[in-house]
Write a protein that binds this ligand. Structure first.
Ligand code: AMP
Length: 286
């Protein structure tokens, strides 16, 4: 499905093309039509799936349709993110897709002087990307007005909850207009996120890319607590087990050692794949 099927304004399509994207990613293909129809949404998708554009593009499109001349700058969308790094990444996405559009966005996060952020708010902004703590600071001093807000996005909702932001999120949401579109993005879907959805959303649609964090029932998981120097001998022992046909080993370092262990193990056991394939993968956690 090309981007042109979503019904975006031509200015948005132009920005997508300029960014070099030819086809939507799966989360974009599934989420964008639902967001464009005005539904609340829960999207279970990891970072790296293109999830940011899944909410930024419809948000920009809606804003541009309603405010083509860019004369007004009332706060229309609030995006909450767990960290300053993520907030800046979202800002960058808004900048890329909003290139040439008369939009104003501000990032609000702690750990830096607040003056520049305050100044941006005073000038008037259409979108705010914020971490909860600093936003609450501003709210308590009445530096921010949500009366005309239309969209709330909770990005990486599970991470925000893990970081203890629930009371802040509750406080922020209680200050927002009840009539709004609420979009929630989360890498996993634990019951805390489900409960957040139940309380803050209205009949949300759900989109799930990849698997939920829960393992399938057919997968047995074991944890072996071993001192570092016994890790490799243990691996070697495990590899000798006859019921292991194919084994995928994720490692962080000591590639050479593990490679030679696996290699000697697979030769000893004369397993069908006598040549192990060892790939370095830095992005996986056990
Ligand atoms: P995200 O999951 O939002 O952090 O995005 C991950 C990366 O995917 C970013 O570098 C985006 O620039 C890129 N991206 C987003 N949408 C697309 C697309 N439709 N085609 C190719 N790359 C994309």
């Amino acid at each position: 499905m090309p981007f042109s099927n979503f019904g975006f304004e031509k200015e948005i399509l132009r920005a997508v093309k300029k960014a070099g994207y030819t086809r939507p990613t799966p989360v974009q293909a599934a989420a964008i039509p639902k967001v464009m129809q005005g539904h609340d949404l829960i999207a279970i998708a990891q970072t790296g799936t293109g999830k940011t554009a899944a909410f930024v593009l419809p948000m920009l499109n809606r804003f541009f349709k309603e405010n083509r001349d860019g004369k007004r700058h009332d706060l229309k969308a609030l995006i909450l993110a767990p960290t300053r790094e993520l907030a800046l990444q979202i800002m960058e996405t808004i900048r890329v897709y909003g290139d040439g559009l008369p939009i104003r966005a501000a990032a609000i996060f702690g750990g830096v002087e607040e003056e520049a952020q305050m100044k941006a708010l005073r000038k008037g902004v259409d979108f705010v990307v914020a971490t909860p703590g600093r936003l609450i600071d501003f709210m308590e001093r009445e530096k921010i007005n949500f009366d005309l807000l239309e969209t709330l996005v909770l990005d990486e909702a599970d991470r925000m909850l893990h970081m203890g932001f629930l009371p802040d999120i509750e406080k922020i949401v209680s200050d927002l207009p009840r009539r709004r579109q609420t979009l929630m993005f989360s890498a996993t879907f634990p019951k805390e996120v489900e409960s957040l959805a139940r309380r803050f959303q209205h009949e949300p649609k759900m989109v799930q890319i990849g698997k939920r964090s829960n393992p399938a029932d057919t997968v047995a998981q074991f944890v072996y607590e071993v001192p570092a120097h016994l890790k490799s001998p243990l691996l070697l022992e495990l590899l000798k087990q006859p019921n292991y046909q194919r084994v995928l080993v994720f490692v962080r370092m000591k590639m050479g050692l593990i490679y030679s262990l696996i290699f000697s193990s697979s030769r000893e056991s004369k397993s069908p794949s006598s040549t192990p394939v060892v790939r370095k993968n830095s992005g996986c956690r056990p």
